[in-house]
Design a protein around this ligand. Structure first.
Ligand code: ADP
Ligand code: MG
Length: 281
C-alpha cells in the first residue's frame, strides 16, 4: 500500500515577528504533515511557537520562508478571496470559549454566518444548524439563545459546531480544552474523537498538555523554541520520548496518581539542571 498523500504539508516553514529590519524568528524551518482523518498533536511549553504554526496555516501571519500545501495545493500566500474560499476546508477552534463567540449574536446566528458566506438559503441553514447542534450534543432549541447563557464547555461545543458547519477537512484546534475543568475536558475530547470517527476530519491539535494529546492524537510533534525537535507515534512521544526536551516536558506534566507523581517529580528534578541541546544545531 502506498502511503496516502498528506492533507496538510508544512515544509521548512519560517515565521518572523517584528519589523523587517529587526525580525525575530519564531518558527525555524518547521516541517510537519497531517494525513486525512489523522489527529496530529503539537506540544511544547508556552511561547514555543505552537499557535504561530496554526496561524501560519490559517493565513493569519505571513510566512517568511518555506511552503504550506493543502491537498497538494500551495496555500502559503493566498489573496483574501482565495483565503476566504479555503475557509470551507480549514477551520479553527480557539482556546477561549468566552472571547471566540460574539456575545451579540444568537447561537443560531453564529452557526449560520459561515453558511450564508457559503451561499446556503435560510431553510437549509436552519436545518444544518440544528443538525450541527445535535452533533455536538446540544438540543437544536438552543439556537435562539446567546453565548452568555452557556457554560465554558457548552460554549466550546458551540465553537466546535461552528467549525463544523461547512464540513471542513481540517480543523486547527488551538488548546481547545485548556480553559475547561477536567471533567468537561474529557467530554469535549470524547466529542472531538467521535466527530473525527464519523466525518474523517483531520485535526492539528495544539496543546501544552501531554495527557490530553495522548488521549486524542495519532502522532505527536514536540516544539521547542520554534523548532520541531521530535515527531512520532502518540504513544511513543508521550510515554517514551527520545529528545531530551520532550523528556523534560513529560517529566513536568502532572499525573493523578500520587506515587507516580512523586516519581515524576524526582525525574523532573534530576532533568531540570541538565543543559538542553541547542535546537538550532
Ligand atoms: P505558543 O502558542 O506555543 O504558546 P506562540 O506561537 O503564541 O507560542 O508564540 C511564539 C513566540 O512568538 C513567543 O515568543 C511569543 O512571545 C511570540 N509572539 C507571538 N505572537 C506575536 C506577535 N503578534 N508579535 C510578536 N511576537 C509574537
Ligand atoms: Mg498558543
Amino acid at each position: 500500500m502506498t502511503p496516502s498523500t498528506p492533507l496538510l504539508r508544512a515544509e521548512n516553514v519560517v515565521v518572523e515577528y517584528g519589523s523587517r529590519r529587526r525580525p525575530t524568528r519564531v518558527l525555524h524551518e518547521v516541517s510537519l504533515d497531517v494525513g486525512p482523518g489523522e489527529c496530529v498533536g503539537l506540544v511544547g511549553e508556552s511561547g514555543s511557537g505552537k499557535s504561530t504554526l496554526g496561524k501560519a496555516i490559517l493565513g493569519l501571519v505571513p510566512v517568511a520562508g518555506g511552503r504550506i500545501e493543502f491537498d497538494g495545493r500551495d496555500i502559503t500566500r493566498l489573496s483574501g478571496r482565495e483565503r476566504r474560499a479555503l475557509a470551507s476546508d480549514i477551520q479553527v477552534v480557539f482556546q477561549d470559549p468566552y472571547g471566540s463567540l460574539n456575545p451579540m449574536m444568537t447561537v443560531g446566528e453564529i452557526l449560520s454566518e459561515p453558511l450564508s458566506v457559503g451561499g446556503a438559503g435560510r431553510a437549509e441553514s436552519r436545518r444544518i444548524v440544528g443538525e450541527m447542534l445535535e452533533r455536538v450534543n446540544l438540543p437544536a432549541s438552543v439556537a435562539g439563545r446567546y453565548p452568555s447563557e452557556f457554560s465554558g464547555g457548552q460554549r466550546q461545543r458551540i465553537a466546535i459546531a461552528r467549525a463544523l458547519v461547512r464540513r471542513p477537512r481540517l480543523i486547527i484546534c488551538d488548546e481547545p480544552v485548556s480553559a475547561l475543568d477536567l471533567t468537561t475536558q474529557a467530554s469535549v475530547l470524547d466529542l472531538l474523537i467521535e466527530l473525527q470517527r464519523d466525518t474523517g476530519v483531520s485535526y492539528l491539535f495544539v496543546s501544552h498538555d501531554l495527557g490530553v494529546v495522548r488521549r486524542i492524537c495519532h502522532r505527536v510533534a514536540v516544539m521547542y523554541r520554534g523548532h520541531l525537535v521530535e515527531v512520532g507515534e502518540g504513544d511513543q512521544v508521550t510515554r517514551e520520548p527520545r529528545h531530551p526536551y520532550s523528556r523534560r516536558l513529560l517529566a513536568a506534566s502532572p499525573v493523578a496518581d500520587p506515587v507516580q507523581q512523586r516519581a515524576r517529580r524526582e525525574e523532573w528534578l534530576a532533568l531540570r539542571g541538565d543543559p538542553l541541546p541547542d535546537p538550532a544545531r
